[in-house]
Each structure stands twice: as C-alpha cells, then as structure tokens.
Design a protein around this ligand. Structure first.
Ligand SMILES: Cc1cc2nc3c(=O)[nH]c(=O)nc-3n(C[C@H](O)[C@H](O)[C@H](O)COP(=O)(O)OP(=O)(O)OC[C@H]3O[C@@H](n4cnc5c(N)ncnc54)[C@H](O)[C@@H]3O)c2cc1C
Length: 547
C-alpha cells in the first residue's frame, strides 16, 4: 500500500481526535479501523449516552479536582498528565463538531464515580449521526485517507523505530509504510467471557505493542461493572438506579449480601455506598456487593446466570438526567421496564485503567509509536474518575495527533519488508490447537481467574495454562482464510495479553482500588509504586517503574 507520514489505528473517540488533529499538519495521514469508524467502547450500542467530566477553570476548584483524581488513583496516576487534562479539557469539548459530534450538551453538574464534588459534565448520544458526520469530514479532508475494515496485525520496525504496519485489508495481507503511528485501539474487553465491549475491542494494540518491544503500565488495574446477563445481555448497569433497589438474590431467592454482611446496618451501608460508583473498588464497604456476586459465580461450574435485582416502581418517576433517559432507553430499545421486570446482573469487564505506557507527549517507549485513549497507560491509576476516559481520548488524542505529526516531519521513511515475509516472521509457529477450541476457554479462564477476586494459586495456574496453549497454537495458516484470520489473530493476542494481565495481577501482592487480592486484602505502603511490563523471550516481565 502507498506509504503515509502518520498512520492512525482505531475507530473510537481517541482515533477520531488523533486523525483529525494529525491531518491539520498537512502531512499524509492514513487511518485504519478494524470495523466501522465510530465504534468500540466510545460508541457502545448497549448504552444510552456517554459522559465526560470537565474542569471549571477556577484555580481553587481545579486544585481540589487534581487532589480528588490522585486520591482515587491511590498514587498510581500521573500528576503531570492529569494537570494537562484539567488545563485543556474545556477547549477539547468545544471542538466536538470537528469530529462530527454536534448533539452534545452540558448537564447539571454531577458527582462522577470516585469523585467527591459535582463538576461540569458533557453528555452526547446518537451514534449513527456521529458516524455519518465523521465519514463526511474524512472524505472532505484531502490528506486524510480513512480505511474501514482494515486491521492492524503487527508493528514493523527498522533500527528500533516504527517503520510501518502489517495490516489485513478486505483484499488480504498488506503493509503500510509510515514514519509514525498512533495506536488508538481501545481496551481489551473481549479477552473476558462477559464484557461491555463490542467484539472489535480485543486488546490488539496492547498485544502488538508488547510484541514490538513497547512497555505497558498499570495492567493490573481494570474496571469491572455489573452488567445485565438477562434480559438485554451486555447492557451496562447504572449505579444511579441503586436507590431504587435493595438487594441481590441468587436463583433460589437467597439474599447474597446477608451471608457476607449479616449485620443489617452494614448491609444497608454497603448498598448506599455502591450507588456512588459504577466500577468495583475495594476501598469501601461497597466492595462486598461485587465480591458476593463473584463468590457466587466461582462456587459453581457452568454458565453464569447472574443475580436478581428488582427495582421499586418509583424509578419510573425519577426524571433526573442519569436515570430517566436510561429507564426510557431500556423500555424503548429492549422492552424492559425496570419498574416491573427482574434483571440479572454479574461483574462484566468494562474498561482498562492501564495500557501501553505513554509520556505526556503520548510517545511510547518505542520510537515512532504514539498512543492515546484506553489502549494507553499511565494517566489513570487504581480507580479512575467516571467521565475521564472519554475526556482522555479527546485530550490525549489531540496530543498524540500533534506529536506523531511533529515526529514524522523530521523522519525519513525507512524500508519496509513485504507483507508475506512480515506475516511469516510475526505469526509462524507450529501448533495443533484451533481458535475455535481456544477462544471460549481463554475467555472463561480470564473471567473466572482474572476478575474481581484474584489470588496467587489460581493466577499461577491460569498463567501456566495460557502458556501451554500458546506453545501449541500456530496462527499462520489462518491468515489466508478470509473467515478464519480474525479469530486466529485474536487467539494469538489473547494468549499473550492474558499472560501479561495475570502476571501484573500476580506481581501486586496487595489490594488497591480496582485490584483486589483475596490473599492480600489490605493496601500495603510497600506497593506505593507503579509497575511496567514488557514481553521478553516469550514471557511477561514486570518491573518497578524507573522514570
Ligand atoms: C458501557 C460503557 C460505558 C462507558 N461510559 C463512559 C462514560 O460515560 N464516560 C467515560 O469517560 N468513559 C466511559 N466508558 C469508557 C470509555 O467509553 C472508553 O474508555 C473510551 O471511549 C475508549 O475510547 P478509545 O477511542 O480509546 O477506544 P474505543 O472507543 O474502544 O475504540 C477502539 C477502536 O479501535 C478499533 N480497533 C481495535 N483493534 C484494531 C486493530 N487491530 N486495527 C484497527 N482498528 C482496531 C476498534 O474497531 C474500535 O473502533 C464507558 C465504557 C463502556 C464499555
């Protein structure tokens, strides 16, 4: 394929912002998206709206904002990068129309998950309209070439710097020579059996970056949120509905929390606190809500059927921004009336707080590789404020687009190997196991052993199992099969990324925010440090962060 200066990879908010920004440099920008643009977690179909938390611009207020972010992160977030967020997010939300988002608005100030004070919050909806607008913007930008249904399979390097990409196009394997690349491939939800991501969000960026020699950071911090097992599978549960529910029952009608918190006052306090944040955290008594569910799941083999919740009929009369549109949306889209129908929930993988390690200019440890959005790591810590992930896509997508363009301007295009040779080098390995056999097993294993409850023995067993499967899996033959390549690449990436995640979870022998170790339930000052992770000689290697 024709070379470009900057290659943008991904189709969510971070990629949209990076692509539009990089194109303003006048350089040739190619933009590849695995499926459709305006995809991924940014435009999750089982969600009514997304929100972004914004600073006020009042210095005293924003100083408190910073303290709250760092407090939630429990020392695991970058102060410097969050200062950039606070200083620039107000400008970035004003630029929404540049990426086709017109119908956005400021709601009443909201206390975001893990925050203490209300702050300005922008929300936006209507994914098909945004997609149409974004495609039109790309078509009107002569130096920006958008290629949908084109997936990144590998990062090519020359003399230790990015030189191009191995990609799968609708016509087959190809390479795209580039001087700089922005990874904006999102999180890794599909590594887990139950997750709140679309199938295209499968940790490709983290896996290929690790294979190319880049570092990841904070991989042990991932958000799990209760999701609907039935009805309306994969719908996100909104904690704002908590005031209308008062328990969690198993299939026999037994209240799960009563076993774990027999004291009624404590049980009520657990539920009250659980209504304040969507993702699990072990920092407050609310943790028992999620731990009770996970224990219930681990006690049984087989399908997860979820735990029953019933809402009080008054939920139908709550007209607030964070209940009413959700209530209506479920009713209209899914014929589900929360005021009447029972819902079954379980902990679903939701979002990554860590990822490919970036610096404040969004550069990674691999020269020429930049990253933004959920694929990247270092901005967020143990717990992340709600509304900060979409905001980070805008703030750091903008920086990544500018940084990649500035880097590319100074570079000459390095030579790039042909696609056949690159595919052999990156994918050739002998093995008899098939993606059809492996994918469901890997995803179940991750769901059971790398979920809310983690402990040494099962983490070690899981890593060992993934390693054994990896040694008997050869993805190469599937690359020439138009129906088989995607699952084969996923399997290759899951086997690697699963080991990386579980190793990071094993390495942190304490509990902190979203990371809960049943065998080390307390937070330990000895772990007031961040860990990076690299892939070396076929193994995940964690190290204390040095700079
Ligand atoms: C249900 C739900 C609700 C949420 N609500 C909020 C919220 O209200 N506020 C908030 O701040 N955050 C929220 N989040 C988190 C937030 O939405 C995401 O972290 C953020 O949108 C991620 O954006 P992204 O651009 O990094 O990745 P994504 O939006 O996930 O996009 C990733 C893109 O990369 C593409 N891709 C993947 N692999 C490849 C490849 N190999 N080659 C080419 N393309 C590839 C995918 O197709 C996809 O288009 C929510 C998440 C979920 C799941």
């Amino acid at each position: 394929m024709k070379p470009c200066d900057v290659l943008i990879v991904g189709g969510g908010l971070a990629a949209m912002k990076s692509a539009v920004t990089a194109a303003k440099s006048g350089l040739q920008v190619h933009w590849i998206v695995k499926k459709k643009v305006c995809g991924g977690a940014s435009f999750y179909p089982m969600m009514d709206q997304v929100a972004c938390q914004v600073s006020t611009g009042v210095p005293e207020e924003d100083a408190l904002y910073m303290e709250e972010i760092l407090d939630a992160s429990q020392g695991m977030a970058s102060r410097e990068m969050n200062q950039i967020y606070i200083d620039t997010i107000r400008d970035r939300v004003q630029e929404f129309p540049e990426i086709g988002v017109h119908d956005y608005h400021l709601t009443e100030a909201k206390v975001a998950c893990f925050a203490s004070r209300p702050r300005p919050t922008y929300v936006w909806r209507d994914w098909p309209a945004i997609r149409k607008n974004m495609r039109a913007i790309a078509a009107d930008t002569p130096n920006l070439t958008l290629m949908e249904n084109t997936a990144l399979l590998g990062i090519l390097t020359e003399e230790g710097a990015v030189s191009g990409a191995l990609v799968m196009t609708p016509e087959g394997l190809d390479t795209i020579p580039c001087k700089a690349m922005v990874l904006a491939t999102g999180g890794m939800g599909n590594l887990y059996q139950h997750n709140l991501n679309t199938p295209d969000v499968s940790g490709d960026g983290q896996a290929v970056a690790l294979l190319a020699g880049a570092q990841c950071i904070n991989l042990e911090f991932n958000q799990f949120i209760p999701g609907f097992v039935s009805p309306a599978y994969k719908t996100v549960w909104r904690e704002t509905t908590m005031p209308y529910m008062d328990g969690l029952t198993d299939e026999t009608g037994r209240d799960l929390l009563k076993d774990i918190l027999p004291d009624d006052a404590q049980r009520k306090e657990c539920l009250r606190l659980r209504g304040k944040h969507g993702p699990f955290t072990n920092r407050t008594l609310s943790r028992f809500f999620d731990i009770a569910m996970m224990k219930g799941i681990l006690q049984k083999e087989g399908e997860v059927i979820g735990f029953g919740i019933r809402y009080a009929p008054e939920i139908a009369e709550d007209m607030s921004t964070y209940v009413h549109p959700y209530y209506l949306w479920l009713k209209q889209q899914h014929k589900l009336d929360l005021a009447k129908d029972e819902v079954f929930i379980a902990p679903f993988w939701h979002a990554a707080n860590g990822g490919v390690k970036i610096d404040k200019d969004c550069s990674t440890t691999l020269p020429g590789l930049f990253a933004a959005g959920e694929v990247s790591g270092g901005i967020h810590g143990a717990d992340r404020h709600g509304g900060h992930s979409t905001g980070s896509c805008l703030v750091f997508g903008y920086i990544a687009g500018n940084s990649a363009a500035a880097y590319a301007k100074e570079k000459q295009q390095a030579p790039v190997e042909d696609a056949g040779h690159a595919a052999q080098r990156l994918f050739k390995q002998e093995g008899s196991l098939t993606p059809q056999e492996l994918l469901p097993q890997i995803r179940t294993l991750m769901f059971r052993k790398g979920n809310i409850i983690r402990e040494e023995k099962s983490l070690l067993e899981a890593i060992d199992q993934l390693r054994q499967w990896q040694q008997d899996f050869g993805p190469y033959p599937y690359l020439h099969d138009p129906k088989g390549w995607e699952d084969a690449v996923k399997t290759r990436n899951f086997l690697l990324l699963g080991q990386a995640l579980l190793t990071a979870m094993l390495n942190r022998k304490e509990s902190r925010g979203s990371h809960y170790r049943e065998d080390y339930p307390d937070t330990s000052p000895a772990y007031n440090k961040r860990f990076t992770l690299t892939w070396e000689d076929g193994k995940a290697v964690p190290r204390e962060e040095t700079a």
